[in-house]
Unconditional design. Structure first.
Length: 686
């Protein structure tokens, strides 16, 4: 998709709104309870193709969107009611000019992507801008003219486009218009405006009078693409402008700290031909800036003095707009759809100067305890496309291994949710020499999860339990903790479908500490896990759920350890039977061995299925029953149902009986076998 401008709402998960070239406006979630973001999760919030989108702060179901490209009228404006699905045309001046007329024939001129926003100070006040600024306090039923024409209003630029055979005035050809308009976050009466004919202006009386504050270093006839007043300091603003239509691809970014009396050019680090479309200041960290150019996105940690490209997997594409929402950066590209950087915390900490030169464990943003439901599907295999259910249909994906050993689903026909866990970022000035350890502890000092990687042996037993390595390379490393406790002990050789693999229960909302230890030196950061704001589950209910899930996990571990014990002892018995088959003691040893093996196998087949490789033919044994009970208890957030406790108690009693039987077999039948091989002067089994 080719996106023009982007905004978000305040829901959780928040939704993203943007206008698409040659298509509709679109609203799409930043995450879903199905684990992926699919086309069916989107809807059209009025408008279409061109312009900005604005959500009414006092009623987010009311959405106002520009729609010149989707219908009649210069400055077409649609109000959409998401509760009813109704569209209402609230165009400022619905006088059809026709494609044969130039912009000079219009009473009011509106750009293809003219500014639209609700005031942050008067939340029911809607602003739009053409060659003048208009204001409505009744959702477009009436409009007040706020300003005079504040453009150059050059008649030579207002003639019809096209000809001589046909004209081509579709709405994109209007000129001498206000292209950028923004309200001061601190001062309700201050408005900043930029025109497509090269002027920057400021009003301190809600638009009645205007002062020309155009940067002297900006060549004439530039298009003022974005004005971003600072969230942190009144009088400070940032401007992005372009002149590529005049065959000038120079980047133009400016900053003022005195209401436009003086300006500083801030483009160092951006290539001289990579022209700039947008600039935004981080809402949480003063001096941290983001810019969008014709080829990508850039970041500045020093208020624009220096820029560097935001890399990673971000594509080479025109960036038309970007906004900051919480800890996320949302980027609208013209050709590669919408992209989102999920965690800005490391960038904010670097911009604040709180990193130093040594090992740095970056601060951790609070994390919502979200519980998406991933449906059943095929078992993924490396190099092959698999699928899983997502709501009423399926999505396809490939699994790609990450540097920390985790597997990431890369979707073919959907977008992935933001990572459902905690991303721990840290900087190492040099690679670890001995070990890298990471632990999460609760506010009582109890270890929730721990990971260890020996640098000399990255596949050491310490890290093999979870399959995760703690990356320890020089530079910035990232580790993914799924917010879960340790899973059940694994059984060697056990092959399970993805949805059947035991996982530990999710950590409860509360205060935690993340400890990173590199070569013996420990670094800590606090972590807050917060409840899902959509839910009202009592803390006591979540604690009851966690307690039962931990009990089930421990019983799964007991089951797997018992199976491992059975198999170890039986293997030893079988080995000795083979070794004595030609000796005088063969008959007595093999008889005792058979008796012991059969008793051990009988216990094993009660603990875990051993009869078939096909799940379609497999009976449910104790492991499968306990494992399935985990899903019953954990599917939704809340206290377990009574029958969950009852089934657990029954299964736990059966397990205790089998463990007691196993002890009895080893103390009787295996003892008899040991006596037989002892009589043959062979070392015993144990």
């Amino acid at each position: 998709a080719q996106l023009y401008h982007v905004t978000t709402d305040n829901a959780y998960p928040f939704r993203i709104y943007a206008s698409q070239q040659d298509n509709s406006a679109v609203s799409i979630p930043s995450a879903t309870v199905n684990g992926t973001i699919h086309e069916r999760d989107s809807y059209t919030p009025g408008g279409g193709e061109s312009g900005y989108i604005a959500l009414k702060p006092s009623d987010p179901d009311i959405i106002v969107a520009g729609g010149i490209g989707s219908g009649n009228f210069n400055g077409r404006l649609i109000k959409y009611n998401h509760r009813t699905g109704q569209w209402k045309n609230i165009t400022v001046w619905p006088d059809l000019a026709g494609m044969g007329s130039g912009a000079g024939s219009l009473k009011y001129r509106f750009q293809w992507t003219y500014p639209i926003f609700y005031s942050r100070h008067e939340v029911d006040t809607l602003y739009v801008a053409g060659n003048r600024i208009f204001r409505s306090t009744d959702d477009g039923m009436t409009w007040e003219i706020v300003s005079d024409d504040i453009t150059r209003n050059d008649p030579s630029k207002l003639g019809p486009s096209g000809g001589p055979i046909t004209k081509d005035n579709t709405g994109a050809e209007a000129y001498c218009t206000i292209f950028a308009l923004a309200e001061s976050p601190q001062e309700p009466n201050t408005l900043w405006a930029g025109t497509d004919d090269g002027l920057v202006k400021i009003s301190k009386d809600r638009g009645k009078t205007w002062e020309d504050i155009t940067p002297p270093a900006l060549p004439e006839w530039a298009l003022i693409s974005i004005i971003d007043p600072s969230e942190h300091h009144a009088g400070t603003a940032y401007v992005a402008a372009t002149r590529y239509k005049s065959d000038d691809t120079t980047p133009y970014l400016f900053k003022t700290s005195d209401y436009g009396k003086t300006w500083t050019t801030i483009t160092n680090g951006i290539p001289s031909t990579d022209f700039t479309r947008t600039i935004r200041e981080d809402k949480a960290q003063q001096g941290l800036l983001y810019a969008g150019t014709e080829t990508g996105a850039y970041v500045s940690f020093d208020d624009g003095a220096n820029w560097q490209r935001l890399g990673g997997n971000f594509p080479v594409a025109p960036v038309y707009d970007l906004i900051i929402k919480g800890h996320s950066l949302v980027v609208a590209t013209h050709g590669r759809s919408i992209w989102m950087l999920d965690d800005l915390t490391p960038l904010r900490q670097m911009a604040s100067g709180r990193t130093g030169n040594g090992v740095t464990l970056f601060e951790l943003p609070s994390k919502v305890r979200f519980n998406p439901v991933i449906g059943f599907g095929g078992s993924p295999q490396k190099g092959y496309v698999s699928y899983h259910a997502a709501s009423t249909s399926h999505v396809s994906y490939e699994q790609v291994e990450q540097p920390d050993g985790t597997m990431k689903n890369v979707y073919v026909d959907a977008a992935a949710n933001p990572y459902d866990g905690v991303i721990v970022s840290y900087y190492l000035p040099e690679a670890a020499k001995q070990s890298a350890d990471l632990a999460v502890v609760d506010n009582q000092g109890n270890t929730v999860r721990s990971f260890t990687t020996k640098v000399a042996d990255a596949s050491s037993e310490e890290s093999a339990a979870s399959g995760q390595k703690v990356p320890a390379a020089a530079g910035v490393n990232r580790f993914h903790w799924d917010m879960r406790y340790e899973p059940a002990a694994t059984l060697e050789g056990q092959e399970l479908a993805d949805w059947d693999k035991p996982v530990g229960p999710k950590a409860l909302p509360g205060s935690y500490t993340v400890r990173l230890t590199i070569d013996g030196a420990t670094h800590e950061q606090p972590l807050e896990i917060v409840p899902d704001p959509r839910l009202d589950t009592p803390a006591e209910a979540l604690q009851e759920q966690l307690d039962l899930l931990l009990k089930i996990r421990d019983r799964l571990s007991d089951t797997n350890r018992a199976v491992s014990r059975v198999r170890k002892v039986r293997t030893q018995v079988e080995d000795w039977e083979k070794r004595v088959k030609d000796s005088d003691a063969a008959e007595s040893v093999q008889a005792a061995g058979k008796d012991a093996r059969e008793a051990l196998t009988a216990i094993e087949t009660e603990l875990v299925d051993t009869t078939t490789d096909s799940p379609l033919m497999a009976p449910s044994r104790l492991f499968e029953k306990l494992n399935a009970l985990t899903e019953f208890v954990s599917l939704a957030e809340g206290a377990p149902a009574k029958q969950g406790y009852e089934v657990f108690d029954e299964l736990s009693t059966r397990l205790d009986d089998l463990l007691e039987t196993l002890d009895g077999v080893i103390s009787s039948k295996v003892r008899v076998f040991n006596e037989a091989i002892s009589a043959a002067k062979l070392p015993p089994v144990g």
